[in-house]
Design a binder for this molecule. Structure first.
Ligand SMILES: Cc1cc2nc3c(=O)[nH]c(=O)nc-3n(C[C@H](O)[C@H](O)[C@H](O)COP(=O)(O)OP(=O)(O)OC[C@H]3O[C@@H](n4cnc5c(N)ncnc54)[C@H](O)[C@@H]3O)c2cc1C
Length: 431
């Protein structure tokens, strides 16, 4: 059965979230600093009571299964929630589902030992600490098989040497999940292991934090990390040796679709600002809204957003059905490719319709344009996801007749004539 409606009970929750985020959370974006900085007392005082309301409402950490304190809602309901939370920088932290902690929690829950869960997962779920996912290296990002950061076993410890780059929120993280080569002789997908490295481990240095676009150094939060003889105990291995690639895929599949859900909120925000501008601004020839070029922008943007949202919701529905990100790789790749394109196009139109104001730093569009580019790069560049999608599609395609293929009209007509003639002969014989 096809159904595009939300159950009334959950819709009531969504209506509450919509108003709560608008009235209580969005103002925090304009007055508070980094949501990952758990030492900010002012932020804690403001955010704790809001988090308590979310818990009371049963909407805390909705991405997690019930045994981990989440609701087990599944991806479709999560999508409907995230497309509201994505409006605000602080909202995911108020609802306990902020990246990268959400993905890190997912893999700690799935692969962690009881001790690792008690020490790292529980405080993460309680919102007491932040975490970092450290995989990309300065010389290699899109292709993890080129990573060189190494760990060597010495007695009961592993010793890590190398560099990581763009490790988001490393500066506030209590621990890092680090993907490291442990067996270079093994095949490319079995050579790396995942380690939990506590912040402040001797030998771990944050060389500097890179920022996005024109972010100032104090707001830059993507760590360039150097590991020099960093020792971690053997029990800090997450999962089995050589399992990091599989663990990373588990994490990134969810991460990509969750980014898509939140990005819908930003697309809609740009769209709402565009339509508001269209009916508010007048020229000598009338309102912008009455000009065909403006109507084109609005119609194209509406279609782009609706198409993207349907693709995303269908993908979320498939994940719920299969309960395995690998079975939905093609669809997740499609979401990942479409997301930055739609986001960019809608924001570009909205920005342009606002004239100089749109380009200025008094509106959010410049940051959104950079954000669209982030979505085209983070968690793997668009080209790589296009390849994934195309390969998955082509895997199921059988070769046709080599010279003219199965669409060749003369060949098909000839076959159709033979088919019809055979039927006519059959009917004549029956008379
Ligand atoms: C805001 C932000 C946050 C991030 N946070 C994290 C984080 O927390 N942890 C982490 O580990 N990493 C993080 N990253 C890094 C991110 O995952 C990488 O940037 C991404 O995987 C691409 O790697 P790269 O930057 O080295 O680009 P490269 O691998 O150098 O690719 C550059 C370009 O080359 C082209 N290209 C590359 N490979 C192919 C191919 N196979 N086919 C065709 N073209 C290709 C594409 O145009 C691509 O954009 C973050 C990145 C951003 C922008």
């Amino acid at each position: 059965m096809w159904d595009f409606e939300t159950e009334p009970g959950y819709q009531r929750d969504l209506d509450w979230v919509d108003a709560f985020v608008r009235d209580e959370v969005e103002p925090l974006d304009l007055v508070l600093g980094d949501p990952y900085d758990k030492t900010d007392e002012r932020a804690r005082r403001l955010v704790r009571p809001l988090q308590d309301q979310v818990r009371e409402r049963g909407l805390w950490a909705c991405h997690l299964r019930p045994e981990l304190g989440g609701q087990g809602y599944g991806q479709v309901r999560l999508a409907l929630l995230n497309e509201l939370l994505g409006r605000s920088r602080w909202a995911p932290s108020v609802f306990g589902c902020q990246a990268p902690d959400s993905g890190n929690a997912e893999i700690l829950a799935r692969y962690g030992t009881e001790e690792q869960k008690a020490r790292y997962l529980q405080p993460l779920l309680d919102g007491e600490i932040s975490s970092c996912y450290s995989m990309t290296e300065p010389h290699a990002g899109a292709d993890p098989t080129l990573f060189t950061t190494r760990a060597v076993r010495e007695g009961d410890e592993w010793v890590i040497d190398g560099e990581k780059w763009f490790s988001s929120n490393a500066r506030h993280a209590a621990f890092l999940l680090v993907m490291v080569v442990t067996n270079p002789e093994a095949g490319p997908h079995r050579s790396m292991s995942m380690f939990i490295v506590p912040a402040g481990a001797p030998g771990l240095v944050n060389v500097r934090d890179a920022g996005i676009g024109t972010e100032s150094p104090e707001h830059s939060s993507h760590g360039y990390l150097r590991f020099t003889g960093v020792r971690v105990p053997a029990e800090n291995l997450l999962g089995e040796p050589g399992e990091a690639f599989a663990i990373a895929q588990t994490r990134l599949g969810g991460g990509r679709i969750h980014h898509g859900m939140r990005t819908i909120a930003q697309m809609r925000r740009a769209f709402d600002l565009m339509t508001e501008r269209a009916v508010s601004r007048t020229t000598r020839h009338g309102r912008l809204a009455d000009m065909q070029s403006t109507q084109d922008k609005i119609a194209e943007s509406w279609i782009d957003i609706e198409q993207f949202r349907l693709l995303l919701l269908r993908t979320a529905w498939l994940i719920d059905r299969h309960q395995d990100y690998r079975a939905v790789r093609k669809d997740i790749a499609a979401v990942k490719v479409a997301m930055p394109r739609v986001y960019h196009d809608v924001v570009q139109r909205a920005m342009h319709l606002h004239g100089a104001l749109g380009i200025s730093n008094e509106m959010p569009f410049s940051a959104m344009m950079v954000d669209a580019q982030v979505m085209a790069t983070a968690d793997g560049p668009t080209e790589v996801h296009r390849q994934t999608l195309a390969r998955q599609v082509l895997r199921d395609v059988a070769p046709g007749e080599p010279l003219f293929g199965s669409g060749h009209l003369p060949t098909r007509t000839e076959a159709a004539r033979r088919h019809v003639a055979a039927r006519l002969e059959h009917e004549v014989a029956a008379l």
